[in-house]
Design a binder for this molecule. Structure first.
Ligand SMILES: Nc1ncnc2c1ncn2[C@@H]1O[C@H](COP(=O)(O)OP(=O)(O)OP(=O)(O)O)[C@@H](O)[C@H]1O
Ligand SMILES: [Mg+2]
Length: 267
């Protein structure tokens, strides 16, 4: 299967703390899904194993049918791009341009091709006007787009976005929706970790829920947002519109304003 396959993977940090315990997951190439769950559930630890930043002590990770334990981080980075949760862990170049150009240059692309990759990624992320600036002179919300553009410019088939919605206003969230849709349109796999449940409801169908080191659900968003046991276990707040529908005794499992209005009009 082309895509990412996790087989009973566990990861413990050097201090002995187990952050991911016996997790299995399959994401096919071209799929779009969200990973959600409480702080410390193990989401970041899990996805860092997809691109070799962390190596599982138990279990296996396959990318496009290749066992990543046999690959170097450089080899995996041609296949899986990871946008760090904290831009400060990722950005190290003096200008936005150099930051985005770093991996294409590392891959020894010709400078003309590098430039095309940088401009195309910067356009998609709406940061063309900042290319000459130092990334650290930009606010956090824009810095996040710099890191997203850097990963897009790598040209990998699988892309992981770790908390792209943190600190974003409505404009930023809309831009992210555009980016995700464009990537899906190009046939890319997009895995997004987020705490923004409205964003999940707007953009994803498949939702993977993590709680306490494990995946506790891998379902449709409608199933997840109406399963009170899952919501409770993973400390996820139900969507307001769903809460309201429940309070009003609407029997259908509403997860959007449009659906809510349809239900009210039908009464
Ligand atoms: N370098 C580390 N050393 C020891 N423990 C760590 C390390 N990094 C993370 N952890 C612990 O592992 C657990 C899982 O962390 P992880 O970052 O994967 O969670 P998360 O689901 O991404 O949380 P958040 O939503 O807050 O980003 C947490 O309890 C965290 O404190
Ligand atoms: Mg995290």
């Amino acid at each position: 299967m082309e895509g990412i396959k996790v087989e009973s993977a566990s990861y413990s940090y050097d201090n002995g703390y187990t952050a991911v315990d016996n997790v299995s997951l399959e994401v096919k190439k071209g799929e779009n899904l969200a990973i959600i769950g409480q702080n410390g559930a193990g989401k970041t630890t899990l996805v860092k194993m997809f691109n070799g930043l962390l190596r599982p002590q138990k279990g296996k990770i396959y990318v496009d049918n290749e066992d990543v334990s046999t690959m170097t981080v450089a080899q995996i980075s041609r296949k899986v791009g990871y946008v760090f949760q904290n831009p400060g862990d990722q950005i190290f170049n003096p200008t936005v341009y150099d930051e985005i150009a770093y991996t294409p240059r590392y891959f020894k692309m010709e400078e003309k091709q590098v430039d095309a990759q940088v401009r195309s990624a910067a356009e998609l992320c709406n940061i063309v006007g900042y290319l000459k600036l130092n990334p650290y002179d930009l606010p956090f919300s824009l810095r996040k787009f710099v890191t997203i553009a850097s990963v897009i410019a790598m040209g990998t088939e699988h892309i992981i976005l770790d908390e792209p919605t943190a600190g974003q206003d409505l404009f930023g969230l809309r831009q992210q929706k555009k980016i995700i849709n464009a990537l899906i349109g190009r046939g890319k796999t997009v895995i997004t970790i987020t705490h923004d449940m409205e964003f999940v409801a707007d953009n994803f169908s498949r939702v993977v829920v993590m709680a306490d080191k494990k995946i506790i659900a891998d379902r449709t968003k409608r199933e997840v947002f109406w399963d009170f046991e899952i919501l409770e276990k993973s400390s996820i707040k139900q969507l307001y519109v769903s809460m309201l529908a429940k309070e009003l005794g609407i029997p259908n499992h509403v997860i959007s304003i449009d659906e809510f209005i349809d239900e009210v009009n039908r009464k």
